[in-house]
Design a protein around this ligand. Structure first.
Ligand code: ADP
Length: 269
């Protein structure tokens, strides 16, 4: 007998490889010979599995048009599998880079709007993403952008990833209270969202591209912020700046941000 979040692995067919992430290989698959799904295989030693399995029960209940749905897990064997919604066009960062010059300003804003709505749903459910960035959003064939990998950094065993001095720690997406004290909140996600907006409006540039992480820590601490991308209007840049207030409690909420963006979409649309 299976718990309701367990998927019977014999009902999965494996197809082509889609990519490779922190936990291991991601493949396209079919569930019950019909529904396309993405299947993440978790490499042995890559994940704190028992903690994740507990959390998966919560994550499966997070359903929103702009969140990549976790359908279920296969935990009765090793390696374990995570089965999620399949996103045909892959990761947002590559999507932006491959379409440089081809996306209109409204499309760029629409991407930010999609992400803000997914994040608003996480915020309303008291769920912190901890690693929001364009590389952790995916795009489907209807061009809907969805947030992926929410909360997953907590289960990465590689300490280069979660130690703030580690090489894989996302310093360039982190506010001061995170790179100094690892104090995560929906307001630290808001800071990351501002950086994601900057990635969108630069069509996939690396933030602070000429600086290393330790330099970014000093610069941001001294009040330096990312510049206004050429494709961002003064008003759009002001939304990014609301995300980068030094004090977390002075930053906008995702509810406020998604309203500001939808107003802007209506004005220009
Ligand atoms: P990481 O752990 O490094 O964030 P992921 O494991 O989420 O990376 O994914 C690695 C790659 O696999 C992605 O960049 C993307 O190309 C592909 N991928 C992951 N999930 C999906 C999905 N649900 N649908 C389609 N492609 C996916």
């Amino acid at each position: 007998s299976y718990d309701k979040w367990e998927i019977n692995p014999s009902e999965l067919t494996f197809m082509k490889e889609l990519g490779c992430g922190q936990f291991g290989v991601v493949r396209l698959g079919k569930w019950r010979a019909q529904h396309k799904v993405a299947i993440k295989t978790v490499r042995e030693g890559a994940m704190s599995e028992d903690d994740f399995i507990e959390e998966a029960k919560i994550m499966m209940n997070l359903s929103h048009r702009n969140l990549v749905q976790l359908y279920g897990v296969c935990t009765q064997q090793r390696p374990i599998y995570l089965v999620t919604e399949f996103m045909e066009l892959g990761c947002l960062l590559n999507y932006l880079r491959q379409r440089r010059g081809a996306l209109g300003a409204l499309e760029l804003l629409g991407i930010c709007h999609d992400v803000s709505l997914g994040m608003q749903h996480l915020e309303q459910n008291g769920f912190i993403h901890r690693d929001l960035a364009a590389r952790n959003c995916l795009v489907n064939s209807s061009l809907v952008v969805k947030v992926s990998d929410f909360g997953m950094t907590r289960y990465v065993l590689d300490d280069q990833y979660w130690s703030s001095s580690g090489a894989k720690f996302p310093v360039k997406w982190s506010p001061p209270e995170v790179f100094n004290f690892c104090k995560y909140s929906s307001k630290s996600d808001v800071w990351s969202f501002g950086v994601l907006m900057w990635e969108v409006f630069t069509e996939g540039k690396m933030p602070y591209e000429h600086n290393q992480n330790h330099e970014v820590v000093m610069m941001v601490t001294q009040g330096h912020r990312l510049y206004r991308p050429k494709r961002a209007s003064a008003h759009i840049y002001s939304i990014m700046q609301m995300c980068w207030m030094e004090r977390a409690d002075e930053r906008a909420s995702f509810t406020e941000i998604s309203h500001l963006i939808s107003d802007e979409l209506e004005d220009d649309g």
